[in-house]
Design a protein around this ligand. Structure first.
Ligand SMILES: *Cc1c(COP(=O)(O)O)cnc(C)c1O
Length: 396
């Protein structure tokens, strides 16, 4: 595949040259004083992206899955109940992880394409008089279906039932791309990673933890060693790391935060909305349907799009890769063969998104899809022309 083409998978995302260069550093002694000066501000600045003053940012050398494991093992004990809704591949995987840790996982099955069922959470919590449920787990942006859930509504439902459960949120494919309000939404642990909105290489799990979750840690006794918050926080308190840190990623993170703040977080979110809208305009011009069931659920970082009956989405993504050297997201789990995904997060501009739309349109035309070649691109062009690209977009 051509190294020049961007990827349109919803993570890992395109790494801007500025961040690739920032990660090109020579080995440095992580026990020397200058490591402290590099790392401490990164933890502090990441709080702004989570939207927190109260929370503590904790990182591990891991992918997002390691972040899920850290959240669960630091705060829960074997047999504890957790409440979680399954509406896509990522919520499913978090459920699987909890089951393998011996938790009592209470699952609300939801149609794929729907979001977190705040009302059903409220009912389940209200019925749990003895407070067996210790945590509610929510995937903010279900990357398999392109659905963004309303975390504030989940928090409201929890408060309405005055239930003390913790609220854990997977924001791996939303943080640094869509608004996130750790404090205002009353989140207890948020889990993210380096390879999506932060536009970096994979390898750093990035968490934010509330004082309430830290208190739960004192009595929680699921086994944990590598992911123990206490070891990490103790070492971080004096600017260090309990084992060898992913130095290159820490340098990358420092530069990524600089880029995000230079553009301005609100502009970052506005850009993602705009790119997503361009993709949505194209989708309707093709006469295709999104997996997300209603506009309030539309994700600004990934769109999952049903192929017409009788077509195989895997054949489409394979053809786009083989013929044009461009990767799109395949349909995961229940969506396999039925839907493809366009990732539109991270280092992307209007112009890059137009190239992705043009590519998938060629691939669909090659495979005799009932679409008009150029229709999706034209719809996105019409939308993008309305406003001019921001200075950051033309520079990125
Ligand atoms: C990418 C992603 C993850 C993390 O997966 P890793 O491959 O372990 O980094 C978790 N949740 C969601 C919603 C994701 O999109």
């Amino acid at each position: 595949m051509s190294q020049q083409n961007p990827v349109f998978i919803p993570g890992p995302t395109n790494i801007p040259d500025r961040l690739r260069l920032a990660m090109q550093v020579q080995t440095q002694d992580h026990r020397a004083p200058d490591f402290v000066e590099t790392f401490a501000p990164v933890l502090e600045d990441t709080k702004k992206v989570f939207g927190t003053d109260q929370g503590q940012v904790i990182t591990f050398p891991a992918s997002g899955t390691g972040g899920w494991e850290a959240a669960v093992t630091n705060t829960l004990s074997p047999g504890d109940a957790v409440l979680v809704a399954r509406y896509g591949m990522f919520s499913h995987r978090w459920i699987d992880l909890c089951q393998r840790h011996g938790l009592d996982v209470r699952i609300i099955e939801c149609p794929w394409g729907s979001g977190a069922p705040a009302q059903k959470f409220a009912e389940a919590l209200a019925a749990d008089n003895s407070h067996e449920i210790k945590a509610v787990l929510v995937t903010h942006n279900e990357t398999a279906t392109g659905v963004r859930s309303d975390i504030a509504a989940v928090r409201k439902a929890m408060d309405a039932s005055t239930h003390p459960a913790l609220l854990f949120v997977d924001c791996v494919s939303s943080l640094a791309s869509m608004p996130f309000e750790f404090d205002d939404w009353g989140v207890d642990i948020a889990v993210s990673g380096s390879q999506k909105g932060f536009m970096l290489a994979t390898g750093m799990a990035i968490l934010c933890v509330s004082p309430k979750a830290l208190a739960a840690m004192e009595t929680a006794n699921l086994p944990r060693t590598f992911f123990d918050f206490r070891d990490m926080m103790n070492a971080n308190a004096s600017g260090g790391f309990p084992y060898t840190p992913p130095l290159q990623l820490i340098y990358g993170m420092r530069e990524s935060l600089k880029m995000l703040f230079e553009e301005g977080l609100d502009n970052v979110y506005a850009r993602h909305f705009r790119l997503a809208e361009g993709v949505r305009k194209a989708t309707s011009a093709w006469g295709l349907e999104l997996v997300a069931q209603s506009p309030d659920l539309y994700s600004d970082t990934v769109s999952a799009i049903f192929v017409p009956d009788g077509f195989d989405s895997n054949a489409l993504t394979d053809h786009a890769f083989n013929a044009y050297g461009v990767s799109f997201g395949i349909g995961l789990g229940e969506m396999n063969g039925k839907a493809f995904r366009i990732g539109h997060l991270g280092s992307l501009t209007d112009v890059m998104v137009l190239s992705g739309l043009a590519t998938i349109e060629m691939a669909m035309a090659d495979l005799d899809y009932p679409i008009e070649l150029g229709s999706g691109v034209a719809a996105a062009q019409a939308y993008f022309r309305v406003g001019h690209a921001t200075p950051m977009q033309s520079a990125a």
